[in-house]
Design a protein around this ligand. Structure first.
Ligand code: NI
Length: 183
């Protein structure tokens, strides 16, 4: 087994909790890269009246995560916490919110045993009960969904967006500009 195969094998052997953790950290890294790339004059711009700005979408990712983690782990469902803040958040504030929220999530997940993932869990306003694992994956999926939306919007205003799957060095886009094979 070469090094690459060993790495792939070790990922396959991760527990589901480790896998969720890895996904949360990896996608958040790309989200933070996207935040750095939003031009200052576009951060609060709205494409149409009432549409979300880039800042709104980043704040929404953080707030939805905080809402679900507080609800799922403390049984406190704070619907007031998912409203946009009164003052448009700065890039640094968004960065701080995304980082702090994700740390709370990772700490909460660290408190779980694998068997907790099967626990039936309800979220107010959603009529189906799902196991806790579904809600944790939902947070991963929610970030991917909005990360793609931000990425698409940035592309349309001419920003060379990062690779969607991993936080790679600036400008590295193996999907768009594959490295030339020398051999
Ligand atoms: Ni959303």
């Amino acid at each position: 087994m070469d090094a690459e195969e060993r790495r792939a094998y070790s990922i396959l052997m991760q527990s589901e909790l480790e896998t969720i953790r890895e996904h949360l950290q990896r996608y958040r890294s790309v989200t933070l890269q996207l935040l750095e790339l939003v031009p200052e004059d576009a951060l609060h711009r709205r494409e149409t009246e009432g549409a979300r700005s880039f800042a709104d979408i980043f704040m929404h990712i953080a707030q939805m995560e905080e809402f679900h983690i507080t609800g799922l782990f403390q049984d406190r469902w704070d619907f007031g916490g998912v409203r946009p803040p009164a003052d448009p958040p700065t890039r640094r504030r968004l960065q701080a919110e995304l980082t702090a929220t994700r740390n709370v999530t990772l700490d909460a997940i660290a408190s779980l045993a694998q068997s907790d993932l099967a626990r039936a869990t309800s979220v107010p306003g959603i009529s189906v009960s799902r196991p806790l694992r579904s809600w944790l994956w939902y947070l991963v999926e929610h970030e991917i969904h909005h990360k793609a939306q931000i990425s698409d919007r940035l592309t349309r205003i001419g920003v060379d967006v990062p690779f969607w799957a991993f936080a790679l060095p600036p400008g590295m886009r193996p999907d768009r500009r594959p490295p030339t094979h020398r051999g």
